[in-house]
Ligand binder design. Structure first.
Ligand SMILES: C[S@@+](CC[C@H](N)C(=O)[O-])C[C@H]1O[C@@H](n2cnc3c(N)ncnc32)[C@H](O)[C@@H]1O
Length: 222
């Protein structure tokens, strides 16, 4: 299926409310399990999450890495205000900071934050006008040995296959979430395209796995 880009930001009140209410426990669980096993031999440090959205995964990561401090960043003010509420409710404000930044234009605000031992991102890549923005931001914001974990959806082979995934994974969800999920699947990059992006960065030894029927996950060290 030919890729159909979607708007970079999904920040209307309807979209952000539907996104925050959605059940992402399966992909978030896969992501956190992988992250914890990847970081297990490292001393606790600071983790930067790019495109943190309404903060669900950020909070799950804070629980999975209980000695780490986290910075979540996103360009959407409505997403960030839902993330702030969630962090407050979970009493995690002492360990999670939020910064509003639009990549790549606001990268200086993130560089000013200092060293990150880990950089993560989930479901941001397919939103960006240029996918290299994500990888170049990672290269700019990281340092030698920074651990990188990035996950996103994989574009199915046909619109029918995309619709079947929406049907299977949005039971009980409202129409706004279903439409956003379909749009995201149609905008997503396939594993072979992501491997090509990594090659362009010169990251030849990074690994890509496919942890579910609709995700790829990239791990590497700068
Ligand atoms: C699908 S959400 C993912 C949220 C979160 N990472 C998660 O796993 O639940 C994608 C997020 O990327 C943000 N975004 C899109 N383009 C961006 C950009 N150029 N700079 C910063 N954030 C961006 C959107 O505002 C949105 O919150």
């Amino acid at each position: 299926m030919k890729r159909v880009p979607e708007p970079e930001l999904m920040d209307s009140v309807e979209q952000t409310t539907a996104y925050a209410a959605a059940d992402f426990s399966e992909p978030n669980g896969l992501f956190c399990e992988h992250l914890r096993s990847t970081l297990t031999s490292r001393p606790p440090g600071r983790l930067l999450d790019l495109g943190c959205g309404s903060g669900g995964l950020l909070v799950d990561m804070a629980h999975a890495l209980d000695e780490w401090t986290l910075i979540g960043t996103d360009a959407g003010p409505n997403m960030l205000s839902l993330a702030a509420e969630l962090i407050e409710t979970q009493a995690l404000a002492s360990r999670i900071e939020l910064i509003k930044a639009h990549l790549p234009g606001d990268i200086g605000a993130l560089q000013a934050q200092g060293h990150f031992a880990a950089i993560t991102s989930n479901s941001l890549l397919h939103h960006l006008a240029d996918p290299m923005t994500l990888w170049q931001s990672v290269a700019t914001l990281g340092a030698p040995k920074t651990q990188v974990v990035v996950m996103d959806l994989s574009r199915p082979s046909s619109i029918e296959a995309a619709e079947a995934l929406v049907e299977a994974h949005t039971e009980g969800a409202d129409d706004v979430l279903k439409q956003d999920f379909l749009n995201s699947l149609c905008a997503a990059w396939r594993a072979d395209e992501v491997l090509d992006q990594l090659q362009q960065m010169g990251w030849h030894d990074w690994t890509l796995t496919e942890p579910s029927n609709r995700h790829w996950l990239v791990t590497g060290q700068l």
